[in-house]
Design a protein around this ligand. Structure first.
Ligand code: ATP
Length: 325
């Protein structure tokens, strides 16, 4: 969907983005992750030409972006920035209608779609359409920012720290909703963050950058279990164990599990094999008595199993040992 080849951006003599190449697949969520100043935002803005390339090339849907007018290009690429970036003197309705107006939509289509997308974002159209950004909370502004980026249903959406300005609780609830948002499911999303947890929760793949270069591009599991170099290892070090539990699915532990087959407990929580090991351990550590047990659903090739927390942790240990980390 997006093809970046040898992209470089130089400010004076400083290389903010240094000869990076990557492909972003259709419908994937790719997270650009890294510390402040590593070139994430510059990379994002190169894609919609808010910043022009110094060298290299970028194609979106098979077309070289240099051969299109920036306004044309941006009509097909949604853009969400930290703090939502709403126009303060426009109402919510007017803010969301900016791109539809550029596209020449008529009034009735614009109004219907504006209300629809606002409702999808969890804001009542009746209540919020006429409000100004200053009358909204940070979380609500962020939702309007997302609505504005999605109202014309662009195939590509760029997001720059979209949840960065929110308090942890609002952020966690928006993150959860975001992952399940049907309106985003079929889109190619490139999201910038410096938050490791957010990257691992949202990214199908993560592109970890440092000093304008790509250090590793891979799935969350690849980054955590097969770090490409010392930088990646160091970057994830502090959260490593939690991330390992987060990216591992229960089914992947099957051959390392030595379960109790005859549990009589009544406090049984059934999980599918696709559930993360982190989710299972969190469920098991919430209650103390009666100690809950995880029942792992049977598949065509594996029997159902009953597991306590020690069974799971022992299996995780064995799994990690076999990878020789
Ligand atoms: N217009 C500019 N002129 C000069 N230098 C710039 C310009 N824009 C960015 N830079 C520099 O390029 C580097 C990369 O900036 P960029 O905004 O891409 O980083 P980032 O990884 O997104 O960081 P952050 O998470 O802090 O936003 C930084 O050192 C920054 O100071």
């Amino acid at each position: 969907m997006i093809r970046i080849r040898n992209a470089t951006k130089t400010f004076s003599s400083f290389k903010a983005v240094d000869n990076i190449s990557l492909d972003i697949k259709e419908r994937e969520t790719l997270v650009l992750l890294g510390t402040s100043g590593c070139g994430k935002t510059t990379t994002l803005k190169l894609i919609n030409r808010l910043i022009e390339l110094s060298a290299g090339s970028i194609e979106v849907a098979g077309k070289n972006i240099q051969q299109q007018k920036p306004e044309e290009l941006r009509r097909r690429i949604g853009y969400v920035i930290q703090g939502a970036g709403l126009f303060p003197h426009y109402t919510v309705k007017e803010n969301i209608a900016v791109v539809p107006r550029l596209l020449g939509w008529n009034k009735s289509k614009t109004e219907t779609q504006t209300s629809r997308i606002l409702e999808i974002m969890g804001l009542s159209a009746q209540k919020y359409l006429w409000k100004y950004p200053r009358e909204l909370s940070g979380g609500q502004q962020q939702r309007v920012g997302l609505a504005r980026a999605l109202v014309t249903d662009p195939p590509v959406v760029l997001m720059d720290e979209p949840f960065g300005a929110l308090d942890p609780i609002t952020r966690s609830s928006i993150l959860h909703e975001f992952r399940n948002l049907e309106a985003l499911r079929h889109k190619t999303v490139i999201l910038v963050t410096h938050d490791i947890q957010e990257a691992f929760e949202l990214g199908d793949r993560i592109c970890l950058m440092d000093k304008g270069e790509i250090q590793q591009l891979g799935t969350p599991k690849e980054l955590v279990f097969q770090p490409a170099n010392a930088f990646v290892r160091r970057f994830l070090q502090e959260r490593r164990f939690q991330l390992q539990l987060q990216v591992l699915q229960l089914a992947e532990l099957h051959s390392y599990l030595q379960p109790h087959l005859t549990f009589t407990d009544t406090n049984i929580i059934t999980l599918p094999g696709t559930a993360s090991v982190l989710e299972a351990t969190q469920l098991l550590s919430v209650a103390t008595y009666p100690r809950p047990v995880i029942a792992l659903e049977a598949t065509a090739t594996t029997p159902a199993l009953h597991l306590g927390i020690s069974d799971i942790m022992a299996a995780v240990d064995k799994y990690i040992q076999t990878l020789n980390l």
